[in-house]
Unconditional design. Structure first.
Length: 545
């Protein structure tokens, strides 16, 4: 079968299933449904409006919005009109929005649901036409109803697989974000092939809530829905997340470690661990309790759960297996369409690994331990940065991922750290922070962690307590952490043993610049901001900021 583009799949559903419900969008407590026919009709109207602007073919059109039905519709419209989409994280600050619009030279931007609408829109220059999704208080040049007030575009263009489809800017954990250029071939190939790898069918349901500006949600959720025909639901807001997931009853659920931990903390807040252990140990009762927890979480119909973006602790995965939720880790990058490895089907004996290479992907470990990947999923280039493009590819076409790892006899891969994150202590010994951080995260009282200490004799760990742990008595939590410190240190080589754990006052967020939009810790920013503190005088094995 020849590889089809997302537009060809739209034409397929438009013709064969125009009345089938595709998208579910909660608005003010009600749910607006969109059939394939309605999605195609609106996409064709938005495309007609874009064509009326008479922009040069292949112009860069930005999308700045939280996930919603209009995001999908606009993405398809940009393709129909022969242009290139440039998604921007809905949490992006003024500096990032301004940088992306300027770097990608976008003449048009679609703006949707945001938390800081006026502030973020202040980054949009007068020369950029702003078009609003149908949500309140978006001061754009044109509103959604005005954009749709045209006759629909009736053509059925089929883009060349080698033409550029999208430029996805990285989340910028170090410096300015880079524009990752993907053509139709890399995106289409990855989206189509993940159906088989993840066993996605038309009968599946998924909740789209992780940023669509990020490659994982874009390819494994949005794009895979074009190829499978599965139903997509969105959330109305973070406040309605629990309601929306329960209403969706997803069969597939993808999350990030921090949210899995939040789920765990929510359960333990009403059912303490000792009581939970006791109930789960009782035959029949244990099964009922597990099902009740899954139902309350909205995961009672889920058949595949996944975690990515950052390492999840083995302890968290083991905890969820006890309530009947098996979390498969996956790994990928913006540069390879998030199509690297997956641990599907779930294997308890492989917890701690990121799984095996997807079908059609070749992965090797270089001499310095770096994981390198090759396949049709790889990007074309970094936009306007030929030197960085040359640096990231080997002479024989493998993508340098920057991750260090090992491969076992069955092809399962473990990440042992980031090449750039490995630091040398004052003793001249190298320390890889990621494996130590994963060990610390086994303690559910620790929500965020960063191991650092390039100028210290021994490394230290900065930690942010979970909401529940921060309410506990100081003496109790310090005793808890001291046990974890001793336990973790007993597994480390002498030069990697942690000198102390340091409890930080404030959590690290996207808003305060210490997390990327995909919730990765901005290690270098954190170290820079707390440099004097990290290298100052700290007392005790458990210190406080």
């Amino acid at each position: 079968m020849s590889l089809k583009t997302p537009l060809e799949m739209l034409y397929h559903w438009e013709e064969t299933s125009p009345d089938s419900l595709y998208l579910r969008q909660p608005v003010d407590g009600r749910v607006d449904g969109y059939t394939w026919g309605q999605v195609a009709q609106q996409a064709r109207k938005v495309a007609a409006y874009l064509i009326s602007l008479d922009l040069p073919e292949g112009s860069h059109i930005a999308i700045l919005s939280k996930n919603c039905a209009q995001w999908f519709i606009t993405d398809l419209a940009i393709m129909l009109a022969g242009h290139i989409s440039v998604p921007i994280y809905s949490t992006a600050g003024v500096k990032t929005v301004s940088y992306v619009l300027e770097h990608a030279k976008c003449p048009v931007i679609f703006v949707g649901k945001l938390d800081k609408t006026e502030e973020q829109m202040s980054a949009i220059g007068q020369d950029v036409l702003s078009l609003a999704f149908p949500y309140p208080n978006i001061p754009a040049n044109k509103q959604w109803d005005e954009v749709l007030d045209v006759e629909p575009f009736t053509g059925k263009p089929i883009p060349s697989l080698d033409s550029i489809m999208t430029i996805i800017y990285t989340s910028g954990s170090t410096g300015n974000p880079k524009g990752v250029v993907h053509n139709y071939r890399s995106v289409s190939w990855s989206a189509f092939n993940c159906l088989d790898s993840l066993t996605i069918t038309k009968d599946d349901r998924i909740l789209s809530y992780l940023p669509l500006a990020h490659i994982t949600e874009r390819v494994l959720v949005e794009m895979s829905s074009f190829y499978s025909g599965m139903g997509i639901s969105f959330i109305e807001s973070l406040d309605t997340f629990s309601r929306d997931i329960v209403n969706t009853k997803p069969t597939l659920f993808i999350s990030v470690p921090r949210l899995w931990t939040r789920f765990q903390m929510g359960v333990l807040a009403t059912l303490p661990q000792k009581k939970l252990n006791f109930l789960l140990s009782i035959p029949f009762i244990g099964g009922l309790i597990s099902k009740k927890i899954r139902t309350k979480l909205g995961l009672d119909k889920v058949r595949l759960c996944a975690s990515g973006s950052a390492p999840i602790s083995d302890a968290t995965i083991h905890w969820f297996t006890k309530i009947g939720v098996n979390i498969s880790e996956g790994w990928g990058m913006t540069e390879n369409c998030a199509y690297g490895t997956c641990c599907v089907p779930f294997r308890l004996d492989k917890v701690g690994s990121i799984g095996k290479a997807y079908k059609g992907v070749d992965i090797r470990i270089a001499e310095d331990g770096e994981i390198q990947v090759k396949g049709p999923c790889n990007m074309k280039e970094y936009y306007l940065e030929p030197e960085k493009t040359a640096e990231v590819f080997t002479e024989d076409g493998y993508l340098r991922t920057g991750d260090k790892g090992t491969i076992d006899s069955e092809g399962y891969i473990k990440i042992t750290g980031r090449l750039k994150e490995i630091f040398k202590t004052a003793k001249g010994k190298y320390v890889a922070p990621a494996p130590i951080e994963a060990k610390l995260m086994a303690n559910s009282s620790i929500e965020q962690v960063c191991v650092t200490g390039a100028q210290l004799k021994q490394p230290i760990a900065l930690i942010v307590l979970s909401e529940d742990a921060s309410k506990q008595a100081e003496q109790d939590i310090e005793q808890n952490l001291l046990q974890t410190l001793e336990q973790v240190n007993s597994t480390l080589e002498s030069h990697s043993k942690l000198d102390r754990l340091v409890i930080m006052q404030d959590e690290w967020t996207v808003d305060n610049g210490l997390l990327t939009p995909t919730l990765k810790v901005k290690r270098h920013t954190l170290e820079e901001q707390y440099d004097e503190f990290i290298n100052g005088d700290l007392d005790g094995k458990i210190a406080r900021q």
